[in-house]
Structure formats: C-alpha cells, structure tokens
Design a protein around this ligand. Structure first.
Ligand code: GLU
Length: 302
C-alpha cells in the first residue's frame, strides 16, 4: 500500500503573513492534496521575543480565508518542549554533542565569515579533542553543539535536484540548544516533522542548506527521512525577497484588495503552474499542480 503523503506549513508567527508566505502555504497544500494526502499546520513560535499567539491566530484566520483548512488542529512549538528534550537526550547518547561556552564575539573573533553569504563556521574551540565523548557538559551557561562530520550528505530535492553538502565546510558544528535554554530551529523542526508523520516538506529555497543539517539529525535520531521540495522565494520588482516591508503584499492589504480566487490565480501564475493569473479555485489549483510540476527556473517575481 502506498504511504499517505503528509505535508505541512510551518509559519513563524512573528507578524502577519505576506504573499510569499501564502505562496509557500498554497504550494505545500497542493503538493499533498494533489496526491490525496494530508496537510498540517505548525506554528514555529519558539522565539518568545518575536512570536505572539495573536499572530498565530491571525495566520490561521488568513489560511481559512484562503480555504486552507488543516487536517488536524495546528500545533505550537512552544507547547512541545518535552519532545525536544527527548531528542536532545538521544543526541547526547551518540556522544557527538558538547557544551559550548563561546559567545558570539568569541566565535567571530576566531572565524572569517563564510565567503558567499556572511555565514560563520564554528571553529571548534569547545569541541572535545576526540569524539564521541561522553564527558558531562560544563557547569554554568552554555549552548549545546552537535559535531558535524567532514563528509558529504547527499539528497535529491524534488525541485532543485541532486544536492551534495559537506556540513563541516558549509555550516560547521551547529547549536541544538542555545545558552538561554531556547531550542534551535533544526532540532525542533526535525523532532516535530517526525512526530507529526510529515513525509513531504515543501518550503522556501532559503532552507535548502538546512535540509542537509536536518537529514543529518534524522540519521542520528534514527527517524524516517522526509522528501524535500524547496520552492523559489517570491521577489518584489527590485528582485529582493518579499518581506514585511512590502506592505501592499501583506495579508491585510491582500484581503482588502483581492478575493481568495484572485490570490490563488496569482500564485498559480507566479509559480509557473498556470499561463495567466486569472482567478482560480483552490481545487482548480490543486488539479493544475498535479499536471504541471513546478520548475526551479521560474522567476517568482511580482
Ligand atoms: N518557520 C520557518 C519560516 O517561517 C519555516 C520552517 C520550515 O518550513 O521548515 O520561515
């Protein structure tokens, strides 16, 4: 029997959605629904400074307005700490995690930014001399880092094709729990996707490198790996990624100026699924999605 596709949309409730978020939500929905699958919503509200419950509720209302109804009650990461604690315990048992007391300034002082985009690779100052290591983490404030091997991780993205990432060169040992106790995105997202049964992840291409970090975590935690399909990010007319500054494309303006069918039609056109941006119902978009697969060369520019 074929496995049921379970997809999800995982917004960070730090403000109102804009067309870029709607784009990701609609395409992740169509991806699973076009194959008779399920679609879930998870609020990534682990950052207490920036996340607000009212934004999460607003996102749910905006999704509902578009006709995007999740198959289960939305989850909130802020209510799932015990699951992340369990994952961390499993990781500790591999002997590949270690306590790190470096401050950001320490890390910057010892490392040059990654040449392409300013990312900083951790130089390994707190890494034990040999790994695996089961020594207790230091007393006092420290983050927990995960050692990454100097080998290639390979996977095939449903849109961008075969990917080869050497985590030691591309991101270095990464944090799984911050010094202030906050859970790192990578650990939380893998734990949640696995527990929610998500096997198909459709999301923005800014997270393509994260997929390799996440696959490494799936491997260490012994969890079944999902398939990934990263989609190009919507850009404004200057070619910049859409952000909260693009006010006319924020959900409050969109709901005032458009109907859901118009937004769905626009998404179909921007994603290369439909030749024009004529209004479409959600079921029509889902059918078109099944026939016209996405391509990575689309110029998702508005
Ligand atoms: N919460 C992330 C965002 O809003 C998405 C994470 C994911 O889809 O894995 O950008």
């Amino acid at each position: 029997m074929n496995e049921v596709i379970i997809g999800r949309f995982a917004p960070s409730p730090t403000g109102r959605m804009h067309l870029g978020n709607v784009f990701a939500a609609l395409l992740s929905y169509c991806d699973s629904k076009s194959q008779g699958g399920k679609w879930l919503v998870r609020h990534e509200d682990l950052d207490p400074q920036r996340s607000r419950r009212e934004y999460a509720l607003q996102i749910e209302d905006d999704l509902l307005w578009l006709g995007l109804i999740p198959d289960e009650k939305p989850e909130y990461q802020s209510e799932r700490h015990h699951h992340y604690e369990e994952s961390l315990e499993k990781l500790r048992k591999t002997g590949l995690t270690y306590g790190c007391s470096c401050t950001r300034a320490d890390i910057l002082a010892t490392q040059a930014p990654h040449q392409s985009d300013g990312r900083v690779i951790y130089g390994g100052r707190c890494r034990p001399a040999s790994l695996p290591c089961f020594a207790p983490e230091p007393e006092g404030k420290h983050s927990v880092r995960l050692y990454v091997p100097d080998r290639e991780i390979r996977f095939t993205d449903g849109l961008y094709g075969p990917q080869t990432v050497n985590l030691a060169q591309e991101c270095g040992d990464f944090i799984v729990r911050r010094a202030d106790g906050a859970w790192a995105y990578q650990l939380a997202v893998v734990t949640d996707d696995a527990l929610m049964g998500v096997n198909r992840i459709v999301r923005g291409s800014d997270l393509l490198l994260s997929a390799a970090q996440q696959l490494y975590l799936y491997e260490l935690l012994g969890l079944p790996m999902p398939e990934f399909k990263h989609i190009p990010l919507l850009c404004n007319s200057d070619g910049r990624r859409l952000s909260k500054r693009d006010k006319s494309l924020a959900m409050d303006s969109l709901r005032r100026d458009y109907t859901p069918e118009k937004i769905i039609g626009l998404t179909a056109h921007l994603s290369g699924i439909a030749p024009t941006d004529s209004p479409l119902s959600l079921s029509a978009l889902t059918e078109l999605y099944a026939i016209n697969p996405l391509t990575p060369n689309l110029t998702a520019r508005i």
